[in-house]
Design a protein around this ligand. Structure first.
Ligand SMILES: *[C@@H]1O[C@H](CO)[C@@H](O)[C@H](O)[C@H]1NC(C)=O
Ligand SMILES: *[C@@H]1O[C@H](CO)[C@@H](O)[C@H](O)[C@H]1NC(C)=O
Ligand SMILES: *[C@@H]1O[C@H](CO)[C@@H](O)[C@H](O)[C@H]1NC(C)=O
Ligand SMILES: *[C@@H]1O[C@H](CO)[C@@H](O)[C@H](O)[C@H]1NC(C)=O
Length: 625
């Protein structure tokens, strides 16, 4: 009986599995087989064939798959695939399915490969490190204040009363496909499922005036645009950038030193390299920001911004301090333009060379420097190669760089660089990167930081966090109230061994000692874990989570982080992909990579593809051999 059934259905199964032998069945079979890095390389072969049939064949196929498999709402499928699909198709036409770029592509798009080992490259420097570097000594002057805001993600189309409980990754808007009345009408001041309404942003500008009325300057580490990644286009992004530039000029006191984020372009994350795409397709971003930032950073820096792919350097008026703002997106794995060549390009658009040039100028002038950028260099989502080269620059100019400032993760975090990553001690700790929490309420209570900075050494004396608590009962009925949350000096100074001395800076050695305190003092570590999201939706962090969190604190070089489980056949596919994506989810919203990752993690591809064939939505060209 059983045997009979098997014999009867077997031919049927063959039919369903795509006996047709067309391109669609090749894609189906390759997707089903894609479980590891080698099979991901194999999957790229039919995808390349599809890409060669044209961008629209590629885009239409994946929109129909995304829709038919219900991977996202139809508008999200159409928006994400139309915007980013042509870039992936372009990549696939340029590279070998067996090459190293394909391995990186499989890591970024499917989460099925580990990043390849770092390609050795020695960053050239104009001068050797001085034998007797300038020493910057504190004379005990009163610190000045610096404000740090990040990831504002202001939704200029936030709609009070729209559903905050929608079917998409970001809500509180009328998307036009609602099927009933809102189950949770959006309040005026924000919601954890939505990006920041203007009222919330305005309350933060007021809080900054209130808590730091005499701040010397403000740092903004990027991400202006909201997370409706499937809707953004050049006109919306230009509008959003201009609106926030206007806010900075009119509602905050200057100078303000901004950086470009991965959301500050369209399609999201995309910044082509000048070696492979000319003219630069995202020059409009740099032009918009150059014009909008000129009142904040001055004409010379604005011109640099325009001509250095969104990076600039400026000396703070009246200080021996140079701010170097870098467009970190050229080192970002989810910028799919970086996979369009087999040729190693160690320094896309010359930004590492620019960083060297500006640090050398600072060293020559006995200035100190702050590096600012959007994406901190230590996480899983930065390319290991460029992170390694960046670290070489950090090490060469460790005496000049006083501190580094980033955003992107939406979390209150820090990352340490070491002169020897194999010997991580307070003595080898050479640089500190502070990661600011976000204004957008999607990953914790809205927050910003105020630093106390020593005017002689430009070292951080304290980092204080201010929040507004979106869970307070009257949050929607009044202007959001901001409050002091914690001081790093007051909270962490006493727990290190030895405790932080009065007047000692929060230097790299201090932050390393703090990681040691976290190892032994779980109370202190759990407090940090609460601070990450400013006390909202605090995730439990067990011993394994704690170990990888501390590992990441000690990794301002991506090859040293402990993000995501390592690949192995013992892991289920979706656990693996989700683990790797989890860290970047908050910063990413929904990208085309989510669609591709969901595809290789589906259990019912056979049925799905059979239904898709019946739907006759697939382009004819894909149904040919
Ligand atoms: C959110 O929406 C879902 C689906 O429409 C519904 O089942 C759920 O009850 C809603 N949640 C709230 C808090 O209204
Ligand atoms: C850009 O997106 C907006 C809103 O999503 C839309 O109204 C507009 O027509 C789009 N513009 C272009 C040029 O596609
Ligand atoms: C925010 O407010 C809620 C409700 O009053 C409270 O339970 C929570 O502890 C507050 N969070 C912080 C970080 O103060
Ligand atoms: C551990 O940390 C807690 C909270 O930060 C602090 O109160 C306590 O004194 C620390 N314990 C030791 C032994 O340092």
């Amino acid at each position: 009986m059983l045997l009979n059934t098997v014999l009867t259905i077997a031919p049927l199964l063959v039919l369903l599995r795509g006996a047709a032998g067309d391109l669609l069945s090749d894609i189906e079979n390759a997707l089903r087989d894609a479980t590891d890095c080698a099979s991901c390389h194999a999957l790229l072969l039919p995808l390349q064939t599809l890409a060669h049939r044209g961008d629209s064949a590629f885009v239409d196929t994946f929109i129909s798959i995304c829709d038919d498999f219900q991977l996202e709402d139809p508008d999200v499928c159409a928006g994400l695939v139309s915007a980013s699909g042509p870039i992936l198709a372009h990549d696939l036409r340029q590279i070998s399915a067996a090459g190293q770029t394909a391995t990186k592509f499989c890591d970024a798009v499917f989460g099925l490969c580990d990043p390849p080992p770092v390609n050795a490259f020695t960053v050239p420097f104009p001068k050797r490190a001085p034998a007797h570097p300038t020493t910057f000594k504190s004379t005990g002057k009163t610190p000045f204040q610096v404000v740090h805001i990040s990831d504002v993600h202001i939704d200029r189309f936030y709609t009070v009363g729209a559903d905050a409980n929608c079917t998409k990754s970001i809500c509180c808007r009328n998307f036009g496909d609602e099927t009933g009345p809102p189950t949770e009408p959006a309040g005026p001041n924000g919601n954890a499922r939505c990006d920041a309404p203007e009222t919330l942003a305005d309350s933060m500008y007021e809080a900054i005036q209130q808590f730091a009325p005499h701040a010397a300057f403000t740092l903004f580490t990027g991400d202006v645009v909201d997370h409706t990644d499937w809707l953004v286009n050049k006109s919306v992004v230009t509008f959003d950038l201009a609106a926030f530039n206007f806010d900075m000029v009119t509602k905050l006191k200057g100078p303000i030193y901004p950086a470009i984020g991965n959301h500050d372009t369209a399609p999201v994350n995309t910044f082509p390299r000048d070696t492979t795409i000319t003219p630069l397709e995202t020059q409009w971003v740099f032009d918009t920001q150059s014009a909008g930032w000129e009142p904040l950073i001055g004409a010379a820096a604005a011109l640099q911004e325009k001509h250095t792919s969104g990076s600039f350097s400026a000396v703070v008026p009246g200080m021996k301090l140079r701010i170097i703002s870098l467009n970190t997106q050229f080192w970002y794995k989810q910028n799919f333009w970086v996979y369009d060549s087999e040729v190693q390009q160690p320094d896309p658009n010359g930004l590492l060379a620019f960083m060297v040039q500006e640090l050398q100028a600072a060293e020559d002038a006995d200035q100190r420097a702050f590096i600012i950028g959007h994406i901190p260099l230590g996480k899983e989502d930065t390319l290991n190669d460029q992170s390694n080269y960046y670290d070489q620059i950090t090490q060469r100019y460790k005496n000049t760089i006083a501190a580094q400032f980033f955003g992107h993760s939406h979390k209150d975090q820090f990352e340490i660089a070491y002169s020897d990553f194999n010997d991580q001690t307070a003595d080898t700790a050479t640089s500190i990167a502070i990661v600011a929490p976000a204004l957008t309420p999607t990953s914790g209570n809205p927050a910003f930081k105020i630093y106390d900075i020593d005017p002689d050494t430009f070292e951080i004396m304290d980092a204080k966090v201010y929040i507004t608590n979106i869970s307070t009962p009257n949050f929607q009925s009044h202007t959001p109230q901001w409050e002091f949350y914690y001081s790093a000096r007051a909270t962490y100074g006493p727990v290190t061994s030895p405790p932080l001395a009065a007047n000692a800076p929060l230097d790299p050695a201090f932050w390393h000692r703090l990681t040691e305190a976290f190892e032994t003092n779980d109370t202190a570590f759990q407090q940090f874990n609460t601070f990450i999201s400013r006390g909202a939706d605090v995730g439990a962090c067990d011993a394994a989570c704690k170990a990888s969190t501390i590992c990441d604190m000690r990794a301002l070089r991506a090859e040293n982080n402990c993000d995501g489980p390592s690949l192995g056949i013992s892991l289920k596919r979706d656990e693996r992909a989700q683990g790797r994506m989890a860290e970047s989810d908050a910063c990413e919203g929904r990208s085309i990579a989510h669609i591709f990752r969901s595809l290789v993690n589906r259990d019912d591809l056979t049925q799905d593809f059979a239904r898709l064939r019946r739907s006759s939505r697939v382009p004819r060209s894909v149904l040919e051999d």
